[in-house]
Design a protein around this ligand. Structure first.
Ligand SMILES: [Zn+2]
Length: 180
């Protein structure tokens, strides 16, 4: 499978939020522009149902539409708090973004960090052609620096984890790297 800058297992889910602004890294917008055939092949490769893929692709439409924000960094006003989207570095892919959400009234002591597939709880981290094993541990250190020791971390797959879990996944990746 050729490398691609995003997880097709997550990207197609955005078709459920047709009215929403969609923030993604420029590489991802490029990938979505690469055509439905490539996306369809990748999704089939991941075991998705062909009819569901076609439905999602049809709803998703081309990324040129105005609701796509091509960016590595954004602040999103959610009313009583501001979520921050940022690119902590290369890891699972070249263009993973995380979302940092404070508590009500921007209470920084109650952060929730959505890590995407930089962190997986239900299995070992998914390493594929587009992953950067050498850079990944330092990227997780940046995620930890952003979230701090008390944040709740929501991984791409599996249950919510704490900073200790992220540290052990970082150490696992560090140990895995030289063995390749
Ligand atoms: Zn995933």
């Amino acid at each position: 499978m050729p490398g691609h800058p995003c997880c097709v297992d997550h990207v197609l889910g955005s078709s459920l939020f047709a009215e929403a602004d969609i923030y993604c890294a420029p590489e991802v917008v490029e990938y979505l522009s690469s055509g439905a055939d490539q996306i369809r092949d990748d999704a089939l490769h991941h075991g998705a149902d062909a009819a569901e893929i076609d439905r999602a692709i049809a709803v998703l439409g081309p990324p040129q539409q105005a609701n796509y924000q091509s960016t590595y960094q954004a602040d999103v006003n959610l009313g009583n708090r501001t979520a921050t989207i940022t690119h902590p570095g290369r890891g699972h892919t070249t263009s993973d973004l995380i979302v940092v959400v404070p508590g009500p009234d921007d209470d920084d002591s109650r952060l929730v960090v959505f890590t995407g597939d930089l962190v997986e709880e239900s299995a070992d981290p998914a390493i594929d052609a587009d992953s950067d094993i050498a850079a990944w541990p330092a990227t997780l250190d940046r995620v930890l620096a952003i979230g701090g020791p008390d944040a709740l971390y929501v991984p791409g797959h599996g249950r919510v984890v704490d900073a200790g879990f992220i540290r052990s996944q970082r150490d696992w990746l560090k140990a895995f790297g030289p063995c390749r």
